[in-house]
Unconditional design. Structure first.
Length: 137
């Protein structure tokens, strides 16, 4: 009976140790799994952050290019106005001033009405003002 009781106690001790060992292993596996999940989440967050930073950098570069393009377009438009439209204004003003004073007055009235109606661009108005100030009309 004592031998059998010793066997039972040894068996119970073995089972208790085995269960404790199993619990520790399961807890360790669960911790490892949790750590892997945390690492994946952190890696995903870092990738998202890098993606956003890249997007912001790209947006800034595009915005800079867009502003430069607008500036260049404005400058080219101004150059075009100066090269194409201004000589025309000067030719018209000289022609009218020399050839027909009454027609010249009509042209001036027409220009004034265009200015008042807002049909001329600020550059054209500026050119006309300069032409008047320099007595080109």
């Amino acid at each position: 009976a004592k031998a059998q009781e010793k066997k039972i106690q040894a068996r119970m001790k073995y089972l208790a140790e085995f269960n404790a060992k199993q619990r520790k292993e399961r807890a360790m596996k669960a911790r490892d799994k949790q750590n892997r999940i945390k690492q994946r989440v952190q890696a995903a967050a870092e990738m998202e952050l890098r993606r956003k930073i890249t997007m912001i950098r790209q947006w800034r570069a595009n915005e800079k290019k867009r502003l430069n393009r607008l500036k260049q377009e404005r400058e080219s438009k101004l150059v075009r106005v100066e090269t194409e439209l201004l000589p025309g204004f000067y030719k018209i003003s000289v022609h009218y001033a020399v050839s027909a004073p009454s027609t010249f007055r009509k042209a001036i009235k027409s220009l004034v009405s265009d200015v008042q109606a807002g049909e001329l661009t600020p550059v054209q108005i500026f050119v006309l003002r300069d032409a008047f100030l320099e007595n080109r009309f």
